[in-house]
Unconditional design. Structure first.
Length: 312
């Protein structure tokens, strides 16, 4: 059970590109926010210093006592010991970082942390699209693919704190394609935003088209190669969601991330992939778009210092 705290809470969303922060007042309202570039190539100490800098910017915006610092952080996070258990080289030297000790020394605040996608899941499940549901599956499709599974508002992180790495489900659409994890054939290798752009280029698309946003725009304009890349990625994502639903049987599925804004072609294809792979008893499981956008991670991270919102 999370202990209830009064006063303001600072929440950080820490990724390889930016460190975003929000200040919540005692009424759980965001009253200030800011962000800075993540000095990812400079190593963990530089990133921790930047995080502390964001905290100080936000602390200066209130006269309330700060109850704690909640984090949604890239990497595999041990929420009990508040350490980075493992991480990719997106942030140099990030694996093994003791977030609690390092940030306590820099900010004098108590620190709690979860993985960044887990923070998004907590925010959406408790305060966003899943607030009326008892069991929620979040499937986030952006630069990569991640997820979270929550039951009665409790985040399930697994024995090794890696639960939610839904991008690493095998996909028939990704056979032979290298994944960011070092394996091949995972859904992230065909359905993530970056993977859709790569697929468009493999199909013979215009090399001057330099990102997924441009591929999506071409698809909406009727370009057949762009449509094929977008549809294949979305269908693969839908099949992966179906596989998870077949195993976990959630009450509600929330889809978030940059690709969720790609329009009807993407959503129709995702739902088609889901329908083609889901088993009968869970076929009518509701799939909805996330509601909180980037603020979801703030709410999730801050909620680590708020009383539990049980869903009975």
């Amino acid at each position: 059970m999370v202990v209830a705290h009064s006063g303001a809470v600072i929440a950080l969303d820490v990724g390889g590109t930016k460190i975003a922060g929000a200040l919540f007042d005692a009424h759980r309202q965001i009253i200030a926010s800011t962000q800075v570039r993540t000095p990812a190539s400079e190593g963990a100490p530089a990133v921790l210093d930047a995080m502390a800098g964001v905290v100080e910017q936000l602390r200066a915006r209130t006269s309330e006592a700060i109850s704690g610092l909640g984090l949604g952080v890239a990497g595999v996070i041990d929420p009990v010991n508040v350490k980075v258990s493992s991480a990719t080289d997106t942030i140099a030297g990030w694996a093994g970082t003791d977030l609690r000790a390092e940030l306590l020394a820099r900010t004098s605040l108590g620190v709690r942390a979860v993985n960044d996608v887990h923070a998004h899941g907590l925010g959406e499940a408790l305060y966003g699209a899943g607030r009326e549901a008892k069991e929620v599956l979040l499937f986030a499709v952006g630069t990569g693919i991640g997820g979270a599974h929550l039951v009665h508002g409790k985040l399930l992180t697994g024995a090794h704190h890696v639960a939610g790495h839904v991008g690493h489900i095998d996909s028939i659409h990704a056979a032979g394609l290298p994944c960011s994890c070092g394996q091949t054939g995972h859904v992230e290798a065909i359905a993530s935003g970056t993977a859709i752009h790569r697929h468009y280029l493999r199909l013979g698309g215009d090399t001057r088209v330099n990102d997924t946003k441009a591929v999506t725009a071409l698809a909406l304009a009727g370009d057949q190669l762009a449509i094929q890349a977008l549809v294949t990625g979305a269908q693969a994502a839908g099949r992966a969601i179906a596989s998870l639903a077949n195993v976990l049987d959630p009450e509600l599925i929330i889809v978030s991330g940059g690709m969720s804004g790609a329009g009807e072609i993407w959503w129709d294809s995702l739902r088609q992939g889901f329908a083609e792979s889901v088993i009968g008893p869970v076929a009518k499981t509701k799939i909805v778009a996330a509601e909180l956008g980037n603020e979801a991670a703030f709410y999730g991270a801050a909620s680590l210092f708020w009383s539990s919102k049980e869903k009975e």
